[in-house]
Write a protein that binds this ligand. Structure first.
Ligand SMILES: [Fe+2]
Ligand SMILES: [Fe+2]
Length: 150
């Protein structure tokens, strides 16, 4: 979305928030499925959906961070990468049937995701709205300009 069409950044942050709800719902479904001892195929399916959805969500969030010149980009991305590693590792173990997802692991993934959304994603949403309110200045204009520019 063109930031000029969303001058306060509210629509985009609402979309990101809706994606967080889907992400958390999938992580909760994973936890509930493991807790209920349901069949492994269902656990695998939910794990696959959570991994794929998280991958796409993280990419779009990172695109917004780059577009708005977010200063904590590196740290935030590191957290995304850690979560993807954990999800992919769990998926790999599940797919090769070496070790099923445990309840402790499913709860830990859910807690990790909730913490990330409550801290890092919230900080970015606040930054993004402030950036959009300033008129979504191009990065070159809002940062230090070379001395020879007038
Ligand atoms: Fe994030
Ligand atoms: Fe997020």
């Amino acid at each position: 979305m063109n930031p000029s069409l969303d001058p306060h950044g509210d629509e985009l942050t609402a979309i990101v928030d809706a994606e967080h709800h889907v992400q958390v719902s999938l992580a909760q479904a994973l936890r509930d499925t493991v807790q209920a001892g349901k069949d492994a195929a269902l656990t695998g399916k939910i794990l696959e959906q959570l991994t794929a959805y998280s991958d796409v969500h993280f990419m779009s969030e990172q695109l917004l961070m780059r577009m708005s010149g977010y200063p904590d980009y590196e740290d935030h991305v590191l957290d995304h990468e850690r979560m993807m590693e954990r999800l992919e590792e769990a998926r790999n173990r599940h797919d090769t049937e070496t070790e099923p997802v445990t309840l402790a692991e499913a709860e830990s993934l859910l807690a990790l995701l909730a913490r990330h959304i409550g801290a890092q994603d919230r900080a970015f949403a606040d930054y993004y709205r402030a950036w959009a309110r300033r008129g979504a200045e191009p990065i070159w204009r809002s940062s230090i300009q070379p001395e020879h520019c007038l």
